[in-house]
Design a protein around this ligand. Structure first.
Ligand code: 9UX
Length: 72
């Protein structure tokens, strides 16, 4: 089973921020793909819910230094 989630991410001000958030998400076990849009301030994540929870995805973004909004 594969799940998908859209998270709001705040605090990204340049393209390198996007790379940081994408890398932080992709290195989490169970994340299959992650793409971040700077303009819309959203992260789109495809993951295995048997391996990782939405809370862990949010924590990865916060640990990278950015703020996460509610699921969108
Ligand atoms: Mo750009 Mo983002 O110089 O944390 S990497 S602002």
């Amino acid at each position: 089973i594969v799940s998908h989630i859209e998270l709001g991410v705040q605090g990204m001000t340049c393209a390198s921020c996007v790379g940081r958030v994408e890398r932080a998400l992709k290195k989490v076990d169970g994340v299959l793909d992650a793409s971040v849009n700077l303009a819309t301030e959203r992260a789109s994540v495809t993951y295995l819910p048997s391996s990782v929870s939405p809370g862990q995805l949010k924590a990865a973004i916060r640990d990278a230094g950015y703020e996460v909004l509610e699921e969108q």
